[in-house]
Design a protein around this ligand. Structure first.
Ligand SMILES: [Zn+2]
Length: 98
């Protein structure tokens, strides 16, 4: 689970998920209300996880039944989203991709 780099409090799964569904790249710590950002490494790891559900779309080219592709897409997305708090690492400063 992510730990705030400012107050060193560990966020719960639920607190992390709530913060994930905001458009802002900054996450506000529920304890000290300081802005936290995902580290570059955890964002790269998350991008790699996203490939799992998206791989279902590639199966489309191999005559795989649509219901199978659809369930993979849904289940894969649920798995990836539930893994997100485990992957997320926080930093005090925003790190850019490039
Ligand atoms: Zn904090």
């Amino acid at each position: 689970m992510p730990t705030c780099q400012h107050c060193h409090q560990k966020w719960t799964w639920e607190q992390t998920m709530k913060r994930t569904f905001t458009i802002d790249t900054a996450y506000i710590c529920p304890y000290c209300e300081e802005k936290q950002y995902a580290t570059k490494k955890s964002r790269i790891q998350f991008s790699l996880l996203i490939i799992i559900p998206l791989a279902a779309l590639l199966l489309n080219a191999f005559n795989i039944p649509a219901w199978f592709i659809f369930s993979w897409l849904i289940l894969g997305s649920i798995v990836v989203l539930s893994l997100f708090p485990a992957v997320l690492k926080l930093t005090n400063t925003e790190e850019f991709f490039f």
